[in-house]
Ligand binder design. Structure first.
Ligand code: FAD
Length: 772
């Protein structure tokens, strides 16, 4: 059950044993510019400090220690992070200073893996200031420092617990109803939903902020349609916390609004939030098929706690709790989706230098896609258009920023957990190589740009998926096979990623740019209802899952993995957990015996709550009001006059359905440029007279510059040339072709032809209104 390498850490910053002191880097009193990296605890055994200055030397980390007088050897556990690739040079070098005296040795320049490096001896006497002095700004890393006056002493990670005098017995909490592990969207949904059912919830997250991939640390914007389908109140909880970011990644990390997420979570009185706590161990109960507690490590203080619970939710993204408990899980051997470390460059409008990066990937401009300028705030952000309080102030000039987006992704064939640090570091080498290429090979544009943000916390996409009582398969989703427990609406198309062939020539073994392959369409309007049976382990009697770890076949994961959808899974799990506690049943029992109650709870508003497990549900007076749901589609029945949707028109030749340009009338629009294709929108009026004829379209640069649109009326044929690259003047994308006379009972029509159109004809709907 216990992770072998994971040695419990620090509790106190250092401990004395004879004249040997062990100091964990993460326990330093002042981190200066060093960052705390907790991503790889499961593989290298500890959180560590990293000098992530993106090429600029970071401020010293400092702490004070008390040392008996003597001559000490200094040991540092560190790593030359480009060692695994035998890359030239060593980017992550740093020094140690004691009482202001810097040791000569530059650490972080040797070996291929984590190792102990030695320096000194140094004379120490009493109070000693210990400083980490970065030399490069390029991700030097320190796990622990050991000072020993015994020249024959060699430290080893297995000694850590003893050297730090950590207690053998780990303290336990009182019993929680629900323990949620992992603070991404799925965890936030589960924790808040459970608390609103009166459950006592422990919510454990290993980072200082909530949001997971959707936090300011990673900056993936949350997608997925909420508040639709069979249970349109699902999604209301997650919408209270979801970001309204304008770009991913954005010019300002504040757009991901970590504070809003934490505020909503902390407002729940029966919920205890444990940030900076990494769960690494699971203890089973007397019934070996049930979890009794999970052990969390405070990533700053080293304190360990056992969180005892009735029910648990694995929202770690990696399925870590399930795997530790022995649940069966699925994981692709190879060809998985990878991990991304996105980045931002800003035009500072003055020359900006950039160091040599011989150890980075040797890239030229054709080896990667040029980073794109950020979209102006509001263009991609619908919430912004509704006047919703964004919770942040947009940067005034987004055009001054370019960003490395989601497709900077690697690790397709690497192990998603054991190789995670290598995957992140390969991403670093790729980004630093790209920045070097942009600055050195295109100085006329990038000479004034600086790398201002590079996520050191990676965004993973695919690892373990725990097997539930049902494994949702992608085909069922496409065919619309509805299960009796179908609930969470998934709206994203089946989107899987592969290395982009164009950019993998130089690094076929380890490509770093991906492409998305969208499979079959998902019903975006109503969503496909993901069954509840995907949200609990078939093996572990008290374990739920939400988010990336649920029981889905890979193609289905391509759709269900987006964050608002993950959040709704959490909402369902929180409600199901209440049924478990209140009715003394299991997650499986909820499906087998209490599905009606679950359906009833899923039909209640997200703001609805009860104060105790036995209490009644009510909506508080101060419940948060959400912005109106924004539909992508315009209901043709709600438009005046006669409306003919493209679905009901007679289409000849090749036309493709689209939903990307919004809004559109009905379920989709059609577009095409195929030679000789045409579309006939036929209608007849009840009363003879003058009518205004309108067509609907959304503009795009690839649309027809002169779409010939012919109106057949009582006056004969008239063809109007429409420029569909320009926004129509009327609301909702309506464009007036003029006023025409139509005779009652006669068939009239509007005809589109591709010939001479100069671009794609966009067909959406035709509207015929009595002329005013
Ligand atoms: C670059 C990128 C682009 C993407 N694009 C989109 C997009 O545009 N829109 C969208 O909605 N989705 C997108 N996705 C997918 C989406 O981000 C993930 O599928 C989603 O974040 C899954 O949510 P989750 O809650 O399951 O996991 P996560 O968001 O990964 O959250 C899990 C959290 O648990 C914490 N944790 C892990 N292990 C432990 C532990 N042992 N103890 C305590 N805490 C732990 C982690 O630190 C993390 O914060 C993208 C993903 C990436 C990487």
């Amino acid at each position: 059950m216990k992770i072998p390498l994971l040695v419990s850490l620090l509790a106190i910053p250092f401990a004395v044993q004879a004249k040997t002191k062990w100091i964990e880097a993460e326990s330093f009193a002042h981190l200066g510019g060093w960052v705390l990296d907790t991503q790889f605890i499961d593989i290298m055994g500890s959180p560590y400090l990293m000098a992530h200055g993106m090429g600029k030397i970071v401020r010293d980390a400092e702490t004070e220690i008390e040392m008996p007088t003597g001559e000490y050897t200094v040991w540092v556990r560190t790593k030359n992070w480009v060692g695994p690739w035998d890359a030239p040079g060593a980017p992550g070098r740093f020094q140690i200073a004691l009482n202001g005296k810097t040791l000569e040795h530059a650490f972080g320049a040797n070996g291929k893996d984590w190792q102990w490096e030695k320096a000194g001896p140094v004379h120490l006497d009493g109070k000693t200031k210990l400083s980490l002095k970065d030399l490069t700004g390029f991700d030097g890393r320190v796990d622990a420092i050991v000072l020993s006056d015994d020249s024959s002493f060699t430290p080893d990670v297995s000694m850590r617990k003893k050297m730090l005098n950590l207690p053998q017995e780990t303290p336990e909490t009182s019993e929680y109803d629900l323990v949620v592990v992992g603070g991404g969207y799925s965890g936030m949904g589960a924790a808040v939903s459970g608390a609103r059912q009166g459950l006592k919830v422990a919510f454990i997250q290993n980072r200082p902020v909530l949001g997971g991939n959707g936090s300011s640390e990673i900056q993936v914007w949350a997608m997925g349609g909420t508040r639709r389908g069979l249970y349109p109140h699902l999604g209301e909880i997650i919408e209270e916390m979801a970001d309204r970011a304008s770009n991913s990644p954005a010019a300002d990390p504040q757009e991901f609004n970590d504070k809003l997420k934490e505020d909503v979570v902390r407002a729940e009185k029966t919920l205890d939030l444990f940030l900076n706590t990494h769960v690494y161990q699971v203890e089973m109960g007397k019934d070996a098929k049930k979890i009794r507690s999970v052990t969390g490590l405070d990533t700053k203080s080293g304190k360990e706690t056992r969180f005892v619970g009735k029910f648990f939710v694995d929202c770690t993204g990696h399925g870590s709790v399930g795997a530790l408990a022995g649940a069966e899980f699925m994981m692709e051997e190879k060809g998985r989706m990878g991990m991304s470390n996105m980045w931002v460059m800003q035009n500072l409008k003055k020359p900006v230098s950039w160091p040599q990066t011989s150890w980075a990937l040797p890239l030229e401009l054709q080896d990667f896609p040029e980073p794109q300028t950020m979209a102006p705030v509001g263009k991609k952000n619908k919430a912004n258009q509704t006047g919703y309080d964004l919770g942040y102030k947009p940067v005034p000039n987004p055009e001054d920023y370019v960003h490395g987006e989601w497709f900077w992704e690697s690790g397709f064939d690497k192990h998603p957990i054991n190789d995670l640090e290598l995957i992140r570091d390969h991403n670093f080498r790729a980004v630093y190589g790209a920045v070097s290429a942009l600055k050195n090979l295109k100085p006329e544009k990038y000479g004034t740009y600086d790398l201002t943000w590079l996520a050191y916390i990676g965004g993973p996409r695919e690892s373990r998926r725990i097997v539930g009582d049902l494994i949702l398969n992608g085909e069922d989703m496409v065919k619309g096979v509805i299960h009796p427990d179908g609930c969470v609406p998934t709206t994203w198309d089946q989107d899987l990623h592969y290395p982009k062939e164009q950019y993998m020539k130089k690094f076929p073994e380890n490509p770093f740019i991906s492409r998305a392959e969208f499979g079959k369409h998902t019903d975006r309007k109503n969503g496909y209802p993901v069954p509840y049976r995907c949200f609990y382990s078939k093996d572990i009697g008290n374990l739920f899952m939400a988010g990336r770890t649920i029981s889905v076949e890979r193609h289905a994961l391509g759709s269900t993995r987006v964050m608002r959808t993950c959040g709704m899974m959490g909402e369902v799990v929180g409600k199901a957990a209440w049924i478990c506690v209140r009715h003394h049943t299991s997650p499986r029992g909820v499906y087998e015996q209490y599905l009606d109650i679950l359906k009833d709870l899923m039909s209640q508003p997200g703001s609805m709550r009860r104060d105790t497990i036995e209490g009644s549900l009510y909506v508080p007076n101060n419940a948060k009001k959400l912005p109106d749901i924004q539909s992508d589609s315009i209901d043709p029945k709600k438009l005046e006059g006669i409306v003919i949707d493209d679905k009901d028109a007679e289409l000849n030749g090749k036309w493709t359905h689209g939903e990307g340009l919004k809004p559109y009338v009905g379920d989709y629009y059609s577009y095409g440029s195929d030679k000789n294709a045409s579309a006939r929108f036929a209608f007849s009026v009840k009363e003879t007279g003058p009518y205004e004829v309108r067509i609907f379209f959304q503009p795009h640069e690839n649309r027809a510059k002169s779409a010939p649109v012919t109106v057949l009326s009582a006056n004969g044929e008239k063809t109007v040339s429409v420029n569909q690259t320009q926004k129509p003047k009327l609301d909702l994308g309506a464009y007036s072709l003029g006023v025409f006379t139509f005779n009652s009972g006669e068939e009239s029509a509007v005809i589109f032809r591709t010939e001479g159109a100069k671009g794609n004809i966009h067909l959406d709907a035709v509207q015929v209104l009595p002329a005013k």
